[in-house]
Design a protein around this ligand. Sequence first.
Ligand SMILES: Cc1cc2nc3c(=O)[nH]c(=O)nc-3n(C[C@H](O)[C@H](O)[C@H](O)COP(=O)(O)OP(=O)(O)OC[C@H]3O[C@@H](n4cnc5c(N)ncnc54)[C@H](O)[C@@H]3O)c2cc1C
Ligand code: SF4
Length: 553
Amino acid sequence: MQNRKFKSHTTKRRYDTVIIGSGFGGSAAACRLAPYLKDSLCVLERGKRYHMGEFPRDFFKPKDWWWRNEGSDGWTGLFDYTSYDTFAVHRCSGVGGGSLIYANVILEPVKEIFKNSRWPRECTEGRLITWEKEFERQCKKVHDMLRPQKIPYGLFKTRALRRAAEKIGSGDVFDTPPLAIYFGERGVYREDPYDRKCPAQIGCTLCGECVIGCNNHSKNTVDLNYLAVARNHGAQVFSQHVVRYLEPVAEGYIIHFTNLRWNYRDSVIAKRVILSAGSLGSTELLLRCKYGYKRYKFKTGPTLPDLSDKLGHYFSGNGDFGGLATYTDQVVNFAEGPTITGMINYSAGKNGQRFIIEEGGFPDILRSYLRSKFPDYGIARKIIQKIKTFAGFDRGLSKTFSELLGLLEFRSDHRMLMYLVMGLDAADGRMEINEEGYLNIKWDPEKSLPLYHEIENTLQKLTHGIKGKLMGNPWWISRNKVYTVHPLGGCPMGRSRDEGVVDCYGRVFGYKNLYVSDGSVFPTSVGSNPAMSIAAWGERVSEHIIDTERKKE
Ligand SMILES: Cc1cc2nc3c(=O)[nH]c(=O)nc-3n(C[C@H](O)[C@H](O)[C@H](O)COP(=O)(O)OP(=O)(O)OC[C@H]3O[C@@H](n4cnc5c(N)ncnc54)[C@H](O)[C@@H]3O)c2cc1C
Ligand code: SF4
């Protein structure tokens, strides 16, 4: 596969810093470091770049939708869904990482987590840290970049969740969460809407497609801000470059990657490497470097054998849980508006557990597909109506089935309310790799059961309050498996190599100039949607690198 013919399409031979992965942690670091490093900084991202209007909508092109087996055979799409023994994990592959398909909720970490002794009270140099204050400071920077704001529209689904909360006496903890969305004039195209030389965006049209990629670029995804600023300062961002492993050398590290676009293997050398491939991606890469792996004809021994034995520990699904209330007495219409618009915040505690319940939308994907195929949307609408009449939907079918099929209509009275929940779980899962370098997650739910039981009880009560019927979480009911979109941990921080993989600045113990800047460093769940916490960590890591460089000058 070695073929250097297309080398001009890719990286230079040497960089000061290479960042692996372009999600919240990687982009925040790239943005802050770029003004110092200029064209000696590059980002290697395994997924594709998505310009305005380029997110897939065609059902019949699964390779555009799904990422599979390290992008082999052209499966280099947006969604990376993997079912492990005890967890099913849904993440994203693309320039911008999880921000491309996330639900835009920007919340600070729940302060309670910092009381857990897994969060080191002091840095490697013995300097004391107050994590609450540190996150407050870094989150302000994230806020300035992602510009979250509350939704300026009133939607049925937001009102339905509020009513459910009020019915069980939780109206006081209901709120609308800050969303990183450009709510400019609806449907209007604006060049550089935030005045910082970043790409154009269109005011949110409430189309409800946030979790399959916003074709209006209304979402403030990190490729449109953090990464765009980094590029303005000379950083190079390479899509479709999947990193396989690292090798330490005298000058720093050799980063071995596969260029998926031109299908060849190559490498670059960097003085400094920042791993930002997400909790699963970074942990998997480091596990391969610690233990070596063998796949087909390729074999590598351990390249970073002295990594901490804590590698793979403290995996958390961030307490993720879900449920669906059907036949409620509320108009919900969950295909309209941004995915999440309301939350019931129990992070101050409910019967000893801390969690947040949000309502979740789901895109009307059939409508999106037809829209992409038929320029005249009226025709698409007629086709759906014909199919429905022909198939006799809603007649003689089971109630649940016909309600699900009802989603294909353009009715505005769907009565199903989806719950998305996250909370403080025990964060005691463990990631491992097999001989071929593939990841698995092992976990015993026992210690997290009180949280899930309290969530289930609360969902029952909420649903009862709006006269609905609760459909439980299918992964949990059928296989005691947790479905998570918020994987955390794997490269936890600690005071020493015995306690963690990285220190409180993200520096990997035992390996100079190797950093981790993503959700893998958190030793506990963060209790809220984690994107802001992760970007804040990226801010902290890059701030420390810059401070250290300045001291040397
Ligand atoms: C459907 C959905 C909705 C969500 N909604 C919210 C929300 O509303 N609010 C919130 O706070 N969070 C939300 N999240 C979670 C959020 O997206 C993640 O927590 C966040 O993206 C993690 O950031 P990260 O920087 O750790 O990693 P990621 O954002 O996952 O970035 C890692 C990047 O590294 C790349 N990569 C991985 N391996 C390699 C490799 N070997 N070589 C090169 N590149 C590699 C990946 O392609 C990816 O782009 C949601 C997630 C999903 C899936
Ligand atoms: S609702 Fe539609 S336009 Fe608004 S942010 Fe979500 S995907 Fe973009």
